[in-house]
Design a protein around this ligand. Structure first.
Ligand code: SF4
Ligand code: SF4
Length: 686
């Protein structure tokens, strides 16, 4: 290596650089190719539609870093700075490689006499910012050690026990890159005095300062520092490049494609299974995941945001979404060769072994999920969990008949009485006895079908909400009718539990009933019914305009069709249901309804709207028994009580049951009432 004017581009440098580049890029390309083959061997998934919308998502979530900026701080802001820092610095990285061949190479548009000058100033400032961000990250990894990074016990024991050397190595690499860049430029500014270098020096305020510090050394020593810095910088980048596909930092390459190929169908629509064509039911082997599900595994940053919001993790159950994904990913990598040898294996010869059950993903892990979607909402790279979990449940239920015994009654009820309460279908409209509630069969011209749902029909507490809704509709003069005994369960519970066959049978039966009539819109007071009728029935040819009661009633208030003269003084906190909120982005309507009520003061919980915690009833948990010390609703009720409420308002019959139960367990059910927003309106009408 020469220490003169044109180092590092002496005679040896280009040759050595070429050899190293060929070896490093060759190895990197080979690893990427193997990863690509795994994607190719996975199941099909149509994710190439609506490119405009996909690109918009990339701009928002990848380049705009939306989830980071709206999530936990200061970690989110730190990632934003590191991401954009790297975007700025990547131009510099390419320049440094090229300067191994031509010391005065500048990327097009970045000549120091032009935009390259301000770019160098920006680059220097960004590098200082990245150094600060890395120091904060090192503090978190070495000293503060938050559970989000180190694992939530007991579901993430494996993470908690890891040394996390990888994260530390990568942070040190990043630090090394910044420091060597300053040293390389600083050395150049001491030794080189041609006009272009002088121009660069003028703009590079931090590197010039480093140069000043170095100038006290002799020229030979400065030359060693400059050239060593350049080589170390180059070697770190190439080592980093080859570590990427073998580490969590693979997301640097896969996160943008993962965002591009995100699910564009409604979040609440689980994947369609063609029962007539499929030979296997659900997912039990690696090869049965779709290529997008494998891409999810590649893209996890291991940040732990998903686990930090998961109600199963928080209540001490064996599920932590991050751990689930990492277990799948580790299995995928460790069996890469076998999986590629026999990518379409169904035969269980060891190459594509069953992963659901005792081998890898335990049944308990899968049954712990409430399908609340908090993990997906929190994930900065838009990884999808609920479909994967339900796909594996489909295998357990349909191929193995393995599910918690408590679900037997719900299945039987849905199969024989079309409701998971297992109450005789002949009682479906007994809530309306003695009331004049129009039936669609008698009023085929009704504009609105009020679909009451199983909870509103069979559960005593929910029936009160049904009656309140009917009073409101009558008062507002709405042309509505109910199906009465003709109403059937829509099958939502069966689908979330994984019994796709039962769900499809129920969906077809209900669609047949609905299609006999010509109502214009469906009203429902249950977010689960709302989501399935609106988002899932189109998969089976059932296309309906579905409106949730709270939204509809809000419209009635705004239009002056109902007046609310009654006063209900007190603090009201609103608990968002997952299927109304996160799945369908309906956050404002119920709050607006509460604000319309005289005397009611809305108090938000710390975790509300998209960040709201699940009540614990979704995904089949309404029908399963949670151990007393691991109840999600107890945690949620504690969060509600922090606001000092007189009323916990809900807009879901499941949430109603769970919140009431939680208040009872805390001995607070006398002081704090649980009311549906529809009931609040009905009371305020008096
Ligand atoms: S959907 Fe909810 S319960 Fe299931 S893994 Fe995600 S956060 Fe946990
Ligand atoms: S799945 Fe998403 S939120 Fe969870 S650890 Fe991975 S990147 Fe973070």
């Amino acid at each position: 290596m020469a220490y003169g004017k044109y180092a590092p581009a002496d005679m040896i440098t280009p040759v050595l650089l070429t050899l190293i580049l060929v070896a490093a890029l060759g190895l990197f390309g080979f690893t990427l190719y193997r990863r690509f083959l795994l994607l190719k061997a996975a199941g099909a998934d149509a994710r190439f539609d609506r490119p405009g919308e996909r690109i918009r998502g990339v701009l928002l979530y990848a380049f705009g870093q939306k989830k980071f900026l709206t999530g936990e701080q200061p970690a989110g802001l730190m990632h934003f700075l590191i991401f954009w820092g790297f975007m700025v610095i990547s131009a510099r990285t390419l320049t440094l490689f090229a300067q191994g061949y031509d010391p005065h190479f500048y990327l097009a548009g970045l000549h120091p006499a032009g935009l390259g000058g301000p770019y160098l100033l920006l680059k220097d400032l960004v590098e200082v910012g990245v150094i600060l961000a890395v120091l904060i990250a090192l503090y978190r990894w070495l000293l503060s050690r938050p559970a989000r990074l180190f694992g939530f016990k007991p579901a993430e024991n494996r993470l908690a026990g890891q040394s996390h050397w990888e994260a530390l190595v990568i942070l040190l690499f990043i630090l090394g890159l910044m420091v060597t860049d300053f040293l390389y430029d600083g050395g150049r500014f001491v030794l080189e005095s041609d006009p272009l270098t002088l121009l660069e020096k003028r703009w590079s305020i931090v590197s010039s300062g480093v140069g000043l510090l170095l100038s006290g050394m002799g020229p030979a020593a400065v030359g060693v520092v400059r050239d060593a810095a350049w080589w170390i910088h180059i070697l770190i980048i190439l080592t980093f490049l080859n570590l990427l596909p073998r580490s969590k930092h693979f997301h640097i390459i896969t996160a943008i494609p993962n965002v591009f190929f995100r699910k564009l169908e409604p979040a609440g629509a689980l994947s369609f299974m063609d029962l007539e064509k499929t030979e296997t039911y659900g997912t039990s082997r690696m090869s049965q995941f779709t290529w997008k599900q494998i891409l999810d595994m590649y893209s996890c940053t291991e940040c732990g945001r998903c686990a930090s919001v998961c109600p199963a993790t928080a209540s001490g159950k064996p599920l932590a979404p991050r751990q689930l994904l990492l277990d799948l990913r580790d299995h995928l990598y460790s069996r890469e060769r076998e999986l590629l040898q026999k990518p379409d294996s169904q035969g269980g010869e060891g190459n594509d072994a069953v992963i659901v059950g005792d081998n890898l993903i335990h049944d308990d892990v899968l049954w712990s999920c409430t399908t609340c979607r908090a993990c997906e909402e929190a994930c900065p790279v838009l990884i999808e969990y609920v479909d994967k979990i339900v796909d594996m449940r489909r295998h357990l239920v349909q191929e193995e008949a393995r599910f918690p015994s408590a679900l037997n009654r719900a299945f039987k009820g849905m199969e024989t009485q079309s409701n998971p309460w297992a109450i005789g279908q002949e009682n479906r409209d007994s809530w309306a006895e003695g009331l004049e509630v129009p039936r669609l069969s008698d009023h085929p011209d009704a504009e609105y079908l009020y679909y009451v749902g199983c909870a509103g029909s069979f559960d005593d507490r929910s029936k009160k909400t049904t009656l309140a809704m009917v009073k409101i509709l009558k008062k507002a003069g709405i042309n509505f009718a109910v199906l009465g005994k003709e109403e059937l369960c829509n099958g939502e519970t069966a689908r979330r539990i994984g019994n796709e066959y039962l769900f499809q049978t129920m969906a077809q039966a209900l669609i047949e009933v609905l299609n006999n009539y010509r109502f214009k819109k469906i009203l429902t007071n249950c977010p689960h019914c709302f989501n399935t009728l609106k988002n899932e029935y189109p998969q089976f040819g059932g296309n309906y305009e579905v409106i949730h009661a709270a939204e509809f009633v809000h419209g009635l208030i705004r239009q002056g069709k109902i007046a609310l003269p009654g006063e209900l003084p007190g603090k009201v906190t609103y608990h968002d249901s997952c299927y109304y909120g996160r799945y369908n982005q309906i956050y404002d309507a119920p709050r607006e309804v509460i604000r319309e009520i005289r005397g009611a003061q809305l108090q938000e919980m710390k975790h509300c709207r998209h960040d709201a915690m699940c009540c614990g009833a979704g995904g089949g948990w309404m029908w399963m028994e949670e151990p007393k010390d691991k109840r999600v609703n107890y945690i949620r009720v504690e969060q509600a009580l922090e606001t000092g409420p007189d009323v916990v308002a809900v807009s879901c019959p499941y949430c109603m049951i769970m919140m009431e139960d939680g208040l009872k367990a805390k001995g607070m059910d006398e002081q704090v009432k649980t009311l549906d927003v529809i009931e609040l309106v009905e009371r305020a009408m008096k």
